[in-house]
Ligand binder design. Structure first.
Ligand code: GDP
Length: 452
């Protein structure tokens, strides 16, 4: 869903406009310190195209260095998170220096900026809006948020801008639905990748063919399971293997990298009977680097201490992974035998579970409530040298690509100074996020931005 951000200096009527667009009747009192949680974001109910509105004034960041600094932080947040920025000015007050500063900042914005003059309560005010054209964003759209004047004109313009964007997203969704979940089945030779793939493809009349546009090496295998579509990417083991000389090894590593990059989710197949080796860790490292969702499939479980009690075997297998692949701790491990029919069900059921959980990306409002609570419950430590403490202004979940079947959001945290964030605090926040929004197999990615 596209995001529309409202920015402007204090008192221009951002919250009134927010309430109009969200069709909220009661104005929410917002002069409490800290994050004004209810005013951050809401579904926009006034436009024809469904979108989310963000009122950057609702962030409630009161910076020591005055309104100018506060407004520029808000503009930065809007520029990073919005698909369209509504730049609000006050038709009563006319142009002010803060408006001009803000305009200068917004000129660098990637998303389009629409200038809106608020408090056009009577026709005579419209004439006064001409001076705003000097800001460089054209003549403003005149509205009165308080009285509801000009709202249709405004929402029609918003729809006009969002329309092509929504069309683009719809196309990506259609493409993604066609391919289903793209799975890269990776692992070192002999781990059991082909066995797993063959088990998945069993009983399927899938034609194994090169798909146009991919290189000669890469094979995409479309298939279905339990009525769901999947694409198995570049499963090297399906081709007759040539002699394993060094160049083949190098090419196979390159192929693995490419498969990992194209996948929605990686299935890292481990030969449990042989144990985890440096080569497995190298592939795991690549998956981590690419921030890809991952399931670890501990294969050949049937050969793993077959005479020991089941529970002890599972526990030992788990300990082995925790130790050898500790850096990939977000990836759950499943014990299977690719040779048995059970494996396919175990693995693909888990994949579907991951997709379901992942598609529920937390809203900005919910995320900020959670982060606010996490900061209150366990405040960040004070830096010994500067005697300063990390302050969070705002957090948002950004998904880099416009559409991904299994989205991996980057949690962007806007703070006073990122040098004040110790690694331990980041891992605390990461754990809170996992509790708040449990998505197995998907890494929690942070991006911490300092106010300049
Ligand atoms: P790939 O190189 O990763 O594609 O590995 P393959 O699928 O070709 O498997 C390598 C060997 O391990 C073959 O001989 C398989 O029959 C065997 N294998 C694969 N999975 C299992 C399993 O779960 N249990 C046992 N016992 N053998 C397996």
């Amino acid at each position: 869903m596209p995001t529309v951000a409202i920015v402007g200096r204090p008192n221009v009527g951002k919250s009134a406009l927010f309430n109009r667009l969200a069709k909220r009747k009661i104005a929410i009192v917002h002069d409490q310190p800290g994050v004004t949680r209810d005013r951050i974001s809401a579904p926009c109910l006034a436009t024809a195209i469904p979108c989310t509105i963000i009122d950057t004034g609702g962030i409630g960041a009161t910076l020591d260095d005055g309104f100018g600094a506060q407004v520029s932080l808000e503009a930065d947040i809007a520029m990073e998170t919005a698909d369209l920025i509504l730049f609000i000015v006050d038709a009563h007050e006319g142009l002010t220096p803060i408006d001009q500063d803000l305009a200068q900042r917004l000129r660098k914005a990637k998303p389009p900026v629409m200038l809106v003059a608020n408090k056009v309560d009577e026709d005579k005010h419209i004439r006064g809006t001409d001076e705003f054209a000097r800001l460089g964003f054209g003549t403003p759209v005149g509205v009165s948020a308080e009285h509801g004047r000009g709202m249709t004109g405004l929402t029609e313009k918003i729809d006009e801008i969002l329309k092509p964007l929504v069309g683009e997203i719809e196309e990506l969704v259609a493409q993604a639905e066609e391919a289903g979940i793209k799975l890269a089945i990776v692992g070192r030779p002999n781990a059991g990748k082909s066995s797993l793939v063959n088990a998945i493809l069993q009983d399927q009349r899938t034609i194994v063919s090169d798909i146009a546009g991919t290189t000669r090496d890469a094979i995409d295998l479309p298939c279905e399971y339990a009525g769901e579509k999947f694409t198995l990417i570049d499963t090297a083991g399906l081709r007759p293997r040539s002699k394993r000389d060094t160049s083949v090894e190098v090419f196979s590593a390159m192929r693995t990298d490419r498969s990992v990059r194209r996948a929605d989710l990686c299935i890292l197949v481990i030969d449990l009977a042989a144990g985890i080796t440096a080569q497995d860790r190298k592939i795991a490292q690549k998956i981590l680097e690419e921030k890809k969702p991952c399931l670890i499939v501990l294969n050949k479980f049937d050969l793993y201490h077959p005479d020991a009690p089941m529970r002890a075997r599972k526990e030992e297998a788990k300990e082995h992974v925790d130790r050898e692949l500790f850096f990939l701790s977000y990836a759950p491990a499943l014990t299977v035998s690719a040779k048995s029919g059970q494996a396919v069900e175990t693995v693909l059921k888990e994949v579907l579970k991951v997709r379901k959980a992942a598609q529920n990306v937390p809203s900005t409002g919910k995320l900020n409530r959670m982060l606010h609570d996490a900061f209150q419950l366990n405040p960040p430590p004070t830096d010994k040298r500067s005697a300063k403490r990390l302050k969070l202004y705002y957090g948002t979940a950004a998904v880099d690509e416009k559409y991904r079947t299994i989205p991996v959001p980057t949690f962007v945290l806007f703070v006073n100074d990122k040098a004040l964030m110790p690694a331990s605090y980041e891992s605390y926040l990461s754990n809170r996020l996992r509790e708040f929004n449990p998505v197995p197999a998907v890494p929690v990615v942070f991006s911490v931005r300092s106010r300049d």
